[in-house]
Design a protein. Structure first.
Lengths: 434, 280
């Protein structure tokens, strides 16, 4: 294995919860109280271990992904690496010039011009002034801000601001690059550019530590990943396996919640007073984590307060608030439930959910088809984690099949090694960007 | 380059080499402070001169016109010149301290998001004020020439001017030590800034800036003798106006205090700096 440039050895970090003393007055009061022999109240702050005995090594030239649910300690790990925080136990060693992209455009000052901010932000990221002077043209061209270079950045649009920030950061030539979720800002073009630039840095031999929620990006850049769960490393290994592990970890994090947490939506005067949505695998076991290609059943149980002659059941699926993926409506399929008052159970069968691995949310709507009103409308609160088993690097994990060698129109179209690739067996081949 | 970050207190020598590595950042931040201070202002950098000059005019008016205190204020030179030679280094001192005390808190997003030696923040505040100081000092020559020509007071530049950089250096050392302590203290307790602004006001009047301090061996004089700023401000007048070296005892005392503050302040600062990002 190549020489380790980043090493975490039994690193633990704790934070104190609650608010520390904020003014001198509080300190004097609590001091006086202690003198008077009274134990100060409310200052017994509890301790929260953000990281516990975390151990990992990044060899030179490797890209390591760090994934995990919110609050698992990912950002803390990165801040420890950057030297912003210090571990309470354990040691961290870093060999080489390190640049941390924890915030794009850190230290920008609105009153300074684009050019001045390039120098300011560049030195903050560890470049020297002559170095920045050499790269100035490249930075400006990459950001596409030639005309606005001598305008104060307070007059920039937020997109221009982000472009300039990333452009500077991507021109630092670090030995070790730490990236924390910066790709989640900006428009699609900007994110693509960032990604491409990170690929290039890795190709050029930089060591990368990448913290993200975007599993697809992580997989496309990193060969290896660790999964953090509750401040500890729960998995370390190939990025693709880490994703599967992470998805399971996420479903575990959710299964502890009562799945029928939100009762009947539709308000107090709604027609439904309890509602529950469960997912069952082929064996009829309740699951919150499914494989993309395996059949799945959704079981909906609800209690109607009044009879509805023609009830329509609708299930909707989203991955984020602005991204509806699927809407299954029984009315559109020509099925209406003649429902009396009382408890009903409805089942929906799916051959699979051919989606990219990740976390998805369902909601339930019940319609009274005759009146055209909603009998119930829940928030998108029913989580389901899908594991695509490495099938999808795009949005979908579609079942598909390749056929090679059946028809030869032009010899150069099928290069020998490809034609020789085995076919059959698993019906699925997945193109990867790796 | 190698960094192992489990050691609790990193010695100052390490800090120094790290600071040298980050010198470009120091320049950038100092320059940012200066640029921002005078951006979108009509007179721009001229304020560096106008501020002490207006103070000088106010004090000159108060002490020589409003109340005739010329006899009490035995200053051996035109009062305006006395006030200006006091006010320029004092403005440097007070501006540096008020910059330092805010330097960490005002750069919260950098403290929590980027790593570099935190000493850079107070040092950049001092460096930014030093620019104003240098400009205001050149005005002193104009002022001396004016009084030389238009009053019966005569002035000849002496070789002691060469000692001036030493005096400035001692002031910078003193300010750095104090500034680091203040920046750190204000990060934990925001009261420090409020207290400082009151203290600096009072401090000016016992530092021979605009009024001479009593040196007659009275109890008040003995208390004031503790103040390291008195020999420092005196030293400026000695070198520039009187053409003599500063009194050795007083100047030596100030130098020792400055060095103690620097070493003490800096090592406290380094020891606490790993908690800055959590406590800010």
């Amino acid at each position: 294995m190549a020489e380790a440039v980043v090493q975490f050895a039994n690193v633990s970090k704790r934070f104190r919860l609650g608010e520390p003393h904020d003014s001198l007055r509080d300190v004097l009061w609590s001091g006086l109280a202690r003198l008077a022999g009274r134990r100060s109240q409310g200052h017994e702050r509890s301790v929260f271990w953000a990281l516990r005995d975390v151990d990992f090594v990044v060899p030179r030239g490797e890209a390591l992904g760090i994934i995990g649910p919110n609050g698992a300690g990912k950002s803390t790990a990165l801040k420890l690496l950057a030297g912003i925080l210090r571990p309470d136990r354990g040691t961290i060693s870093v060999h080489g010039r390190l640049a941390a992209l924890i915030e794009v455009g850190a230290g920008f000052h609105g009153d300074l011009t684009g050019r001045e901010n390039i120098f300011l932000n560049g030195t903050i990221l560890g470049m020297s002034r002559p170095e920045i002077r050499d790269k100035l043209d490249a930075i400006v061209t990459f950001a596409g801000l030639e005309r606005f270079l001598d305008t104060p950045v307070k007059r920039y649009s937020s997109g221009m601001y982000a472009r300039l920030g990333f452009s500077i950061a991507s021109h630092v030539d670090p030995d070790i690059l730490l990236v924390d979720e910066v790709l989640s800002v900006g428009d699609a073009m900007f994110r693509l550019r960032c990604l491409e630039r990170m690929h290039q840095l890795v190709r050029d031999g930089a060591t990368l530590v990448f913290v993200t929620h975007c599993l697809e990006q992580m997989q496309s850049i990193c060969r290896r990943a660790i999964v953090l769960e509750g401040g500890a490393v729960s998995f370390e290994g190939p990025a693709r396996d880490a994703v599967g592990h992470y998805l399971q970890a996420m479903s575990r994090a959710y299964i502890t919640r009562p799945p029928d947490l939100p009762p009947a939506a539709g308000g107090d005067d709604g027609d439904v007073d309890s509602l529950r949505l469960r997912f069952l695998d082929g064996a009829g076991e309740e699951v919150l984590w499914v494989r993309a290609r395996e059949p799945l059943r959704a079981e909906l149980t609800f209690r109607l307060k009044r009879p509805v002659d023609r009830l329509v059941i609708e299930l909707n699926l989203r991955s984020s608030p602005d991204d509806q993926l699927l809407s299954l409506n029984s009315g559109r399929a020509g099925r209406f439930l003649a429902a009396r008052a009382g408890t009903h159970t409805v089942e929906l069968s799916l051959a699979g959910l051919p989606l990219r691995g990740g976390q998805y949310f369902w909601n339930v709507r019940l319609w009274d088809a005759d009146q055209g009103t909603a009998a119930a409308d829940t928030p998108f609160c029913y989580p389901l984690v899908v594991d695509d088993e490495g099938l999808a690097t795009g949005a979908l994990a579609l079942e598909h099949e390749w056929s090679f060698g059946k028809r030869t129109s032009a010899a150069h179209e099928y290069a020998a090694p490809v034609a020789a690739a085995p076919r059959g067996g698993r019906p699925v081949a997945h193109p990867t960007t790796r | 380059m190698e960094a192992t970050k489990a050691v609790r207190a990193v010695p100052i020598t390490n800090g120094l080499s790290e600071l040298i590595r980050y010198r470009h950042l120091l320049v950038s931040l100092a320059w940012r402070d200066v640029r921002v201070r005078y951006k979108q202002s009509l007179l721009g950098i001229a304020w560096a001169v106008l501020l002490p000059l207006s103070m000088m005019l106010i004090f000159t008016f108060v002490f020589t016109r409003a109340i005739d205190a010329a006899k009490v204020l035995d200053v051996n030179m035109p009062y305006a010149l006395y006030a200006y030679t006091g006010l320029v280094p004092w403005t440097f001192f007070s501006m540096s301290l008020s910059g330092c005390v805010n330097s960490l808190v005002a750069n919260r997003n950098l403290v929590t998001k980027v790593y570099f030696p935190r000493e850079v923040f107070p040092l950049a505040s001092i460096a930014g004020s030093a620019v104003d100081f240098a400009i205001a000092m050149t005005m002193l020559a104009v002022l001396a020439a004016y009084f030389h020509c238009f009053s019966d007071w005569s002035f000849r530049p002496r070789a002691t001017l060469l000692f001036l950089p030493v005096v400035v250096l001692v002031q910078v050392v003193l300010t750095t030590g104090l500034g680091m302590l203040l920046a750190m203290a204000n990060l934990f307790y925001r009261d420090v800034r409020q207290v400082l602004s009151a203290v600096v006001q009072l401090w000016m009047f016992v530092s021979a800036v605009v009024v001479p301090v009593p040196r007659d061996g009275s109890w008040l004089a003995r208390i004031i003798a503790i103040n390291p700023m008195v020999p420092l401000i005196d030293a400026y007048r000695d070198c520039v106006v009187h053409g003599r070296l500063p009194g050795p005892a007083g100047f030596f005392y100030t130098t020792v205090v400055a060095l103690v503050l620097l070493v003490g302040g800096w090592s406290c600062f380094r020891r606490a700096s790993y908690r800055f990002a959590e406590c800010i």
